[in-house]
Design a protein around this ligand. Sequence first.
Ligand SMILES: CC(C)(COP(=O)(O)OP(=O)(O)OC[C@H]1O[C@@H](n2cnc3c(N)ncnc32)[C@H](O)[C@@H]1OP(=O)(O)O)[C@@H](O)C(=O)NCCC(=O)NCCS
Length: 359
Amino acid sequence: MNVVEAPGLGAYADLLQIRYRDDPAWVYPDVGFLRGLLSGRSAFLNNAEARAFAARRGDDTVAFAVAFADPRLQAKAGRAVGALGFLEWLDVEALETVTEAAAGWLRQRGLSEAWAPFNANGFFGAGLREDRFDEPPFLGCAHDPPGAAGDLTAAGFERLTRYLDFSVDLTAGAWRGPPAEAPGVEFRDVSRRRFKDEIRTFVRLHNAAFAGVWGEAEVSEEEGVELMGPAKLAVTPSLWQFAVAEGRDVGFVVCFPDFNEVLAPQRRPVTSPSGVAKVALRRKRVRGVGLFALGVVPELHGRGIGTALVARACRAASDLGYRRLEYALVAEDNRVSQSTIARFGGELHRTFGVYAKSI
Ligand SMILES: CC(C)(COP(=O)(O)OP(=O)(O)OC[C@H]1O[C@@H](n2cnc3c(N)ncnc32)[C@H](O)[C@@H]1OP(=O)(O)O)[C@@H](O)C(=O)NCCC(=O)NCCS
């Protein structure tokens, strides 16, 4: 087996087609962030470093990883930690080969621990699927074969923590209980016309709200615009709201319909002609909405604003005919977030593991 440093996107794409060939639930993941990293033109690279590795047997790519060295993650975690993301492999030997090469690159940067699968920051995607393997990956969440956790353990990784998804039944009554208003606070829908500015506002509020949440290091406004800008046409304004107090934006809730439900199996990028056509034809059949981000500036916590934002997201989703809201990617130790969704009848629905290895 040999290792290629800085391979192209084609190596990753070829490996996906082999690894998920017989998986009827698979949906081609979004590769916008990865493409930017591989071409050297990602805003992420203004703040941190990343390097891709591919393990090959003969002409075939058998494993792929991106090593991330981000000072912001180290500052947040308070230790010399790097990350391994976009991790795909066909067997344990291939996984060991690619992670060892990537770990060597991290060691050269003074790092002594690697988190995986972790795209440098929870914001850019993280976690290994642990259940519901026969269902399409929920939008923005990981998908892996059932044996993946065992492979990571065999390669010397141990589970560090998990992300949790909760499900709210919008056809039942519980979500209607909590108030959708908070004293002295107004709410507004996102503006698609001013979308880039709205993303910048979102990133500022997100950095403030998530300062104390595991795995969420700061991101720059440019990184936010790069990641979320292409979603403009998929935005439903009532599913993305801001809370406003004394004329200032102080909180947000961001939801998107789960297009993956009606896409699977999808063997080409969703931005390909076949992907775009499928979304256009089937979007009315989508039943679930994902709540991907919720936050309130810390100085206004405990005043009912977060609860009101979730209530408004549930109401907007229900009014649009969706039947289920998935409250996605909550850090396992984030008790306030979990008690917030419990008030809406949210039940644990799926989990994603984050692993660590001393390197
Ligand atoms: C999770 C989060 C959005 C909640 O926002 P919030 O505005 O503080 O939430 P609320 O005020 O509605 O509820 C929080 C607590 O305050 C209490 N509370 C609500 N209104 C209150 C009021 N007027 N006076 C005093 N306490 C109040 C609630 O009962 C709740 O307590 P509990 O969790 O012990 O039951 C906020 O803590 C946050 O931004 N966290 C960081 C980001 C995050 O974790 N996001 C979640 C998705 S991963």
